[in-house]
Design a binder for this molecule. Sequence first.
Ligand code: PEP
Ligand code: MN
Length: 335
Amino acid sequence: MIVILKESHTPQQFDSLCGWLKAQRLDIQVNKGVRQTVLGLLGDTTQLDADLLRALEIVEDVKRVSEPYKKANRKFHPANTVIKVGDAEIGGGVPVLIAGPCSVESRAQILSVAQSVKAAGATLLRGGAFKPRTSPYDFQGMRAEGIELLLEAKKETGLPIVTEIMDASQLPLFEDVDIIQVGARNMQNFEMLKELGRTKKPVLLKRGLSSTVKELLMSAEYIMAGGNPNVILCERGIRTFETATRNTLDISVVPVLHELSHLPVIVDPSHATGVYRYVHPLAVAAVAAGADGLIIEVHNDPEHALCDGPQSLKPEAFAALAEQVFAIAPYAVNR
Ligand code: PEP
Ligand code: MN
């Protein structure tokens, strides 16, 4: 349930309402917007008399939130959430570029890619250390050593780092990681989501391969319910009947998620298509549709990449993409 307060109310009226609601064993999330204050009520609100609340002088309106996701819901938190990481403001109006290789392969590779994506305008560096591969015989990532190399690249370039966690037991290794990525395959690893809810680190939550928008938002809710409000949603393509691309980029989720949720939405055209030639057009389309950022795979030598070479851009191609993305950003749909 949400309680919308009248613009003019006294601190005493506010305290007395909150005190009464707490006595009903409800948790209150207070969202002070520019124009209005909204109280999001969490807990069993079935016994609350909405008409009684509505009759209070301080109250403008009361609405029941029928969706099962509450903290991630735009109704609970009307203003956009902006997540600050280093120089980047994700959801702050300017599209944020996260770029780097699918996996960290060596010191020379990650340092070289980090430098070139930074020069092209990326504000965060990606790179997988723990890799969720379909085949157990494929390269599984450099694991702890990969994180060390990412931290070295961060020190060298100043770019904050984004890397994927595959199991909650790996969390101690993520101490200095700026954004923890939850991959598509782990979107519904609820125990891990609960652990991430206990941290305050931003989480980049990828949409599962065959997950609905509601399921994605429920996974975000798991993290937020634990007390971590810093969730970034990521569309990375879904399974459809189409085989011409690795997945099908569901660009419609950009406006859909912006309507349903206040959380930032970023798009991954690399995993969505699996083909480097399609990454640039879809990146531009995503930003035009209002995406808050992109996560793009870039490799200095895609032909010899240990993972996802066919969808990786060379640094020059990424620079061309970045230039066009920043050029069209002022014309993108506002949210
Ligand atoms: C990745 O970003 O490297 C990755 C494995 O992505 P996804 O979980 O979307 O497949
Ligand atoms: Mn990849």
